[in-house]
Design a protein around this ligand. Structure first.
Ligand code: 4FV
Length: 265
């Protein structure tokens, strides 16, 4: 997979290419990554890439000419590239979109600066607008790195184990289960025995319950929209019965009769 990033700050990417899984993916030629400096396409004496906004008001806007020239140069190199503008206006990035983008051979990522880019760039030269979240950054570069990072992890052979990405948070619509490593006891807290049992089926079951509980506690919205499988339903029903029993005995103990509780409210 090839990433070409259009930016006026290409030097921001050097450390990003040079570390961790991204560095290894480049070394193993799982990805090819490069930058194009939009300034190099500014055919004016001072390579100016921004100008005042029509209609007045503060803030500068990225000029269309250097950007269009840079995008066309990238297209020259990779005619089939999917051209993405990083902008708060875009569809909000998530694991599903990471999967989708990982299917492309070539991605061009356009990083805005200042107040944004001239609107005529979006309509003409951009295939897709993506936002990494509802907040405003000083530039699209960090957003481009987020996308390159999340997409690269989806590519076979970039993570340790073959199926590592399949066990990701959100891969099955759940947050990941709790992880533990040595020491077995840390500050008087021991690793759950089941994880030391070597009983793989029981460990998988514990991990599913851990993932479900964490998702229920931290991101119930994910459970709402998840297509639950029979195993997950069985576990949630087990928990709901337990909670029901606890509430029943509580109300019994406090003389309030649970049945007809609705009448109470
Ligand atoms: C952004 C985001 C973002 C807007 C103006 C760059 C800034 C400046 N990009 N997800 N959120 N971009 O805030 O992707 O040009």
């Amino acid at each position: 997979m090839k990433f070409v990033v259009l930016t006026i700050f290409p030097e921001m990417f050097a450390p990003f290419w040079d570390h961790g899984i991204i560095r290894r993916a480049i070394e193993k030629e799982k990805i090819f990554a490069s930058t194009l400096n939009i300034r190099d396409f500014a055919d004016n004496r001072h390579q100016v890439t921004d100008d005042r906004t029509y209609g007045g008001g503060s803030g500068m806007v990225m000029k269309p000419e250097p950007l269009a020239a840079a995008i066309r140069a990238a297209e020259q190199e990779m005619p089939s590239a999917h051209k993405v503008l990083l902008t708060p206006q875009g569809r909000v990035f998530n694991q599903k979109i990471a999967h989708e983008l990982a299917l492309y051979k070539n991605l061009v990522l356009v990083c805005g600066r200042y107040e944004g880019v001239d609107e005529r760039i979006n309509s003409e030269l951009i295939d897709d607008e993506i936002s990494i979240g509802d907040y405003v950054l000083t530039g699209g570069e960090l957003a481009a790195m987020v996308i390159i990072d999340a997409v690269t992890r989806q590519l076979p052979g970039t993570l340790g184990g073959e199926d590592a990405a399949k066990k990701d948070s959100f891969a099955d619509g759940l947050l990941e289960h709790a992880h533990y490593t040595r020491p077995q006891v840390f500050e008087d807290e021991a690793v759950p025995d089941i994880l030391l049992s070597g009983h793989h089926e029981e460990i998988e079951n514990w991990r599913l319950e851990s993932a479900l509980m964490r998702t229920l506690m931290k991101r119930a919205d994910l459970l709402q929209k998840k297509d639950l499988n029979p195993k997950e339903i069985e576990i949630l029903e087990k928990w709901s019965r337990r909670i029901e029993d606890i509430l029943k005995s509580y109300h019994r103990a406090h003389g309030e009769h649970r049945e007809g509780a609705e009448k109470k409210s």
